[in-house]
Design a protein around this ligand. Sequence first.
Ligand SMILES: *[C@@H]1O[C@H](CO)[C@@H](O)[C@H](O)[C@H]1NC(C)=O
Ligand SMILES: [Zn+2]
Ligand SMILES: [Zn+2]
Length: 444
Amino acid sequence: MAFLKLILLIFTLHSFMPTPISSNPSLNKEVLARIRPDFLEFAKKPVIMDWMIGIRRKIHENPELGYEEFETSKLIRAELDLMGILYKYPIAGTGIVGYIGTGKPPFVALRADMDALAMEELVEWEHKSKVPGKMHACGHDAHVAMLLGAAKMLQEHRNDLQGTIVLIFQPAEEGGGGAKQMLDAGALDNVDAIFTLHVSTRHPIGVVASRSGPLLAATSFFEAVITGKGGHAALPQHTVDPILAAANVIVSLQHLVSREADPLDSQVVSVGKFQGGGAFNVIPDSVTIGGTFRAFSKESFVQLKHRIEEVITKQASVQRSNAKVTFDEKSTYPVLFNNKELHEHFRQVAGEMLGIQNVVQAELEMGGEDFAFFSEAIPGLFFFLGMKNETQGPPQSGHSPYYIVNEDVFPYGAALHASLATSYLSENPAKDTSAPEGSSHDEL
Ligand SMILES: *[C@@H]1O[C@H](CO)[C@@H](O)[C@H](O)[C@H]1NC(C)=O
Ligand SMILES: [Zn+2]
Ligand SMILES: [Zn+2]
């Protein structure tokens, strides 16, 4: 076990060194370069690979929506039990927080989401969803499998860890804000940093993408009920037409980004729902519209929200209608912000594992992710894990009923999780190692 000895050697050396390993270039480059690929080799072993694939397929066959991940959570806990990993459950309903290592600082977290989407799978294959109207079409089944894969490797090296790795299995990423619930339940108490990955069909397998600073937009949903006075369509003078009011509202909403926002500050307002009326000759009493808005800064986001409400109510009143606007707080996510130092750390670790040419700059996206709550609370890093393999056909985007996860990506995800966490612990030793016992994690 040359690997184990190496790790022990580093930690032994480490305790005598006043500064982090990274400040010693020879030890850093040589030793770390030999440690990290080992996780990848280990994760590529058929026995580990097949085990991860088995877990993912089981979850894929039985997709569960946000806050209903009961069987998924049970399966994860059964695997943690088999590995002898301690955990806290339930957190935010179905969530689980596992612990590997000393139970003492530093604490570094790795996160996977567990929920599926309310849609019908159209891929015909052996492990197709067995639940009508539900599908894992965002890869969260794969995220769970890869985090369990990392847990297996980390648990094998638990005695070498100088700190604690916290495994976060969260419910309800898809619009439910499960991360916020986990946070409020104390899942990240005492945790110094958190990493997560999302599989990506836009990047090739073996490539990872991220960026420092903002990566994904702040997002929210709004709904408005616009009420007029229904009646005969041939006698408009006796009615107050909410369809016309809603149409004007929608046009006015489109002026918010085009006329009020800084053209260099990306924002979007989209109306995706318009429901009203049912007959050709009847003006209905009311119309319901709904949509989403996104922005890359808190200020723009707050301003947009304020103006959406104002434009809807005031524009409706121009047409003599009343409007009531509601915002879905549960699905309001902040900007996903990546910590600069963690991004550097990610580039170094992923670069050593995959080659630095395969660590690319991610494009900003107007999509949202509730990991933003975690990375708002503590330093966090979100990266895309490429899984596109053109020889296996053109990939379908996330949330498509034809979405397919490329299971070849699992060793990369598991190994990156494991490497990011272990190297974080060795490069960020606890500030005061002589701290009293009381300073250890309350949860353990
Ligand atoms: C891409 O797919 C082909 C065909 O299945 C396979 O032979 C190859 O190993 C895959 N490439 C990677 C990087 O996984
Ligand atoms: Zn999704
Ligand atoms: Zn997702």
